[in-house]
Ligand binder design. Structure first.
Ligand SMILES: NC(=O)c1ccc[n+]([C@@H]2O[C@H](COP(=O)([O-])OP(=O)(O)OC[C@H]3O[C@@H](n4cnc5c(N)ncnc54)[C@H](OP(=O)(O)O)[C@@H]3O)[C@@H](O)[C@H]2O)c1
Length: 439
């Protein structure tokens, strides 16, 4: 049997500790599958004394990730610390510069510096694998980077944040408010103490930026993403969506358009009968639409120690099986030097269906005025529903409009015109509708 692949692991938290446990308990199977043993040669974390429920007594301990990355005794540097800068970025750069293969689960680092790191890896003959960085255990990176080569991809979209999907699912299933569901998610450990990064959509944006690059062969552009979180989704929206045959999901969508690439993260209404609408709780899903294959939908665990470690282990196994000197898969699917500049399609030009919920004073003429504002902006309506709703101070009613495919710009203008009218009570709610191909 060939020599062992010696792995150095930086970060022994949720993912790192799971990875150590799996490699240790499956040593024999891994050696057979990979054709060589996988050996944990060295580790590092911040606190050496912490009990992690794993046995690392026979493994060399390093006091810093940089020292571990510089160690000549390892063949692969596995970064599981997290963070776009600092120890994670410095150690990954250093490892790649000396031609050491790297595996990471760090979406923040890849979104911020992925192209630079890919270039360093390719210049130094190192592999940089990051399957766990997007949608945890779902092998979407490999699908885009390798399996779909030759396909022209038109759209990639998905549910990539378990916290948001858990909250939206609970709101719908139990009729609870956003705030109550967030508290419950925090109690169960699905949401961080500071949940802003998840619920404002930033986490999904990091993952989307990586998928966009792999799908469209362009530079990573995390700052060119239209971003809207789920904090202002109310139970009224969820109920209205259900009445109209939709469910609300936080989607990340990247789409090729005539004017460039559209990248957006926002609450989205998806048809209740679509497969993606059935993806509940902390589960993730990624859909890829391409010309040769058609539509591919992958659903699975998007986070958690074991699911994430499963992807990290797959990346390590790929390195164990790779042949020295063989042609390598480009880190981002296309060689870093050949990635096209990113050209952003403006959000104002986005075309799609819209759900608009207005609370208005219960007066005559309001309905006609709203219809007129829509017509002035050439918005064609698929449905218009009104419901009476007694309010504490005024008699108000809710009007829900669903548009046929229309331009974002037209919707914004129509909503601004309605906002200028005296009958509007509170802020209008606008939610984009996304349909899977052929729905
Ligand atoms: N958890 C998930 O479900 C999941 C899913 C997909 C991707 N990821 C990604 O996987 C990575 C790890 O996530 P995690 O959830 O395992 O994080 P975690 O539980 O917070 O663990 C982080 C680990 O890194 C160590 N660490 C932090 N800063 C360090 C430094 N400067 N030097 C050395 N060690 C340092 C910590 O040491 P101490 O233990 O001593 O504090 C800890 O062991 C992140 O990039 C994350 O985005 C996680």
């Amino acid at each position: 049997m060939a020599d062992a692949l010696r792995v150095g692991i930086a970060g022994l938290g949720t993912v790192g500790a799971s990875l150590v446990r799996i490699i240790q308990t499956r040593a024999n199977e891994l050696a057979v599958t990979c054709g060589r043993p996988i050996e944990i040669a060295a580790v590092t974390a911040r606190d050496r004394t912490r009990d992690r429920g794993i046995d690392i007594s026979a493994v060399t301990w390093f006091d810093s990730a940089e020292e571990l990355a510089a160690n000549a005794e390892i063949d692969v540097f596995v970064e599981l610390m997290g963070g776009a800068e600092g120890a994670a970025a410095d150690s990954v750069r250093a490892a790649l510069r000396r031609g050491l293969h790297v595996v990471t689960a760090n979406k923040a680092l890849l979104a911020a510096s992925g192209v630079e790191l890919a270039r360093i890896a390719e210049e130094n003959g190192a592999l940089l694998n990051f399957e766990a960085a997007v949608a945890g255990g779902i092998p979407v990176i490999k699908a885009l980077r390798e399996s779909l080569t030759g396909n022209t991809i038109s759209r990639v979209y998905g549910i990539m944040n378990g916290t948001c999907n858990y909250i939206l699912t609970r709101m719908e299933k139990e009729g609870l408010s956003f705030a109550d569901c967030l508290k419950e998610a925090q109690r169960l450990g699905y949401a961080e103490a500071d949940p802003a990064f998840d619920i404002e959509g930033n986490d999904t944006a990091h993952k989307l930026a990586i998928l966009t690059t792999l799908a469209f062969g362009t530079q990573i552009a995390p700052d060119e993403i239209y971003l809207e979180g789920i904090t202002n989704i109310s139970i009224d929206d969820i109920h209205a969506a259900a009445d109209l045959g939709y469910r609300i999901k936080l989607l990340g969508v990247a789409q090729r358009t005539e004017t460039g690439i559209e990248q957006r993260v926002h609450p989205t209404m998806v048809p209740r009968d679509s497969v993606i609408a059935q993806v509940d709780g902390v589960t993730n899903a990624v859909a890829i639409e391409s010309d040769i294959l058609g539509e591919l939908l992958m659903v699975g665990p998007g986070a958690g120690g074991n699911a994430t470690a499963s992807s990290v282990l797959g990346d390590i196994a790929d390195i164990a099986k790779s042949r020295p000197g063989a042609q390598q898969v480009p880190v981002l699917g296309t060689p870093a030097a050949s990635l096209a500049p990113y050209k952003r399609a403006q959000m104002q030009s986005h075309e799609g269906g819209y759900f608009i919920r207005l609370t208005v004073a219960d007066r005559t003429g309001v309905f006609a005025s709203i219809a007129a504002r829509m017509a002035e902006n050439a918005i064609s309506l698929e449905s218009i529903v009104q419901r009476s709703k007694p309010d504490s101070s005024v008699m108000s009613k809710t009007i829900i409009l669903v548009t046929h495919a229309t331009m974002e710009n037209s919707v914004r203008k129509a909503v601004d015109a309605i906002k200028a009218e005296s009958y509007l009570v509170g802020e209008p709610q606008v939610i984009r509708i996304e349909r899977p191909k052929d729905m």
